[in-house]
Design a binder for this molecule. Sequence first.
Ligand code: ATP
Ligand code: MG
Length: 366
Amino acid sequence: PSPSKRRYSITLLPGDGIGPEVISVAKNVLELAGSLEGIQFKFHEMLLGGAALDVTGVPLPDETVSMAKQSDAVLLGAIGGYQWDNNEKHLKPETGLLQLREALKVFANLRPATVFPQLVDASTLKREVAEGVDIMVVRELTGGIYFGKPRGFSTNENGEETGFNTEIYAAYEIDRIARVAFETARKRQGKLCSVDKANVLEASMLWRKKVTAIAADYPDVELSHMYVDNAAMQLVRYPKQFDTILTNNIFGDIISDEASMITGSIGMLPSASIGKSGPGLFEPIHGSAPDIAGQDKANPFATVLSAAMLLRYGLGEANAAKRIENAVLDTLNRGFRTGDIHSAGTKLAGCKQIGEEILKSVDSQV
Ligand code: ATP
Ligand code: MG
């Protein structure tokens, strides 16, 4: 083997529903794009979610955790389905995914919202507003109000029931997510908008202060700040003003869903969750879509684009990532569409055929 050949070990977690179908496509695309760039992959397919529950009785088996931790990156399909919906909380497929994120310590969630030129009419916004939108939301994933303590239920002085949560961020948590966002913005258009509620919340005041200070280390990135209520409005008014958005856990939860709907096509959107070191977790934003599972109808583009994110943000292999992204655009340009994005004048294709067309597009790039 030539010494210049880069080798990576990838844990594949097909999961449930359409997961195995879309992972199979993404695996082939990774393999081909990698080989054209001098990269060799070793894939390890492991159990997660309902698929793991059925075989092992738990949604995240120990072997899956240890394999994931040992590998260079993890690519996930989707988890969940009706048949496990009545399970106890700790035996739900979704619990397995939360545990995996925790085990991998992935504190940064990257979610692009891209309006593909070929799919502009799928957007919920008018063509002239939607055209050209390409936003990356960087969301803090392991802190803030979703994890803050104290939390719980109590009774107030009037004997009235209360529920309470705590929005809390330590400086180191803000520092590490902000650095991921600045690095991300640097690889994109160099514009970063930090979204907070610093006019009301102390955690946001500290957030804004820290982000502003860290900006000194990234003079090439143009930083702005926006209150979350305004950001929510601006996203649907004129989304093209945004390049990279940095925000906390709860605001990011909401903002990233809002941004994804601008694109109108859940089957096209990937995501990345990364930590300080160690493997990142890459997955489409859609769920297991049990209604179309096993029928070769699933749109594999979101998972293929997650594989591209794996290359760019997980392995630092930007050239191979670009190859895959270009192949996706080329396949769309050649008119191939799954049912969820199909429109008059385009060619309706199944998951497998789309996979083959993407491979052709990868292959035909010089
Ligand atoms: P989860 O709770 O895991 O997010 P969900 O039920 O909220 O799952 P999804 O599984 O993401 O939602 O999908 C909702 C619907 O969108 C599906 O039932 C399916 O019809 C469609 N859908 C989602 N993903 C795809 C895809 N990749 N290709 C085609 N259709 C999809
Ligand atoms: Mg859902």
